[in-house]
Design a binder for this molecule. Sequence first.
Ligand code: DQA
Length: 146
Amino acid sequence: MKLLLLNGPNLRLLGTREPGIYGSFTLADAEALAKATAERLGATLDAYQSDIEGELVTAIGQARGVYDGIVINPAAYTHTSVALRDAISAAAVPTVEVHISNTHKREEFRHVSYTAPVCIAQLQGFGLTGYALAVEGLIAYLTAQK
Ligand code: DQA
């Protein structure tokens, strides 16, 4: 089972970015935890981060036929991007949306996700642990489909 982890804009700044909201772990920590979780459960995981919407759209499009599932933190594009939503829908690769913070406790513009309706699940508010939970949930979903 091959999984792809995608992280969106500004998540390369984790560790120093608003630690009161996002904690002090780094992007490398999140990618390493996701990878270790996948491997513990018999899967592999590649990780990619981009600040650029179009690059994320391309990565999702190219995942079809290559990856069995995607975990994505679309970051701010969650709340704006029809293009990412269409990419997830078009690729038809089972996708889990994850957020570090609980966006419902934050500004109202963060309460809407354009991407969640085309994902199999969304989880948020668990900080770093959310990356492990998202991978575990995705693997359980994919295993049940077989
Ligand atoms: C985020 C929440 C988004 O609202 C925000 O724009 C981010 C990070 C999260 O993981 O909590 O960049 O996706």
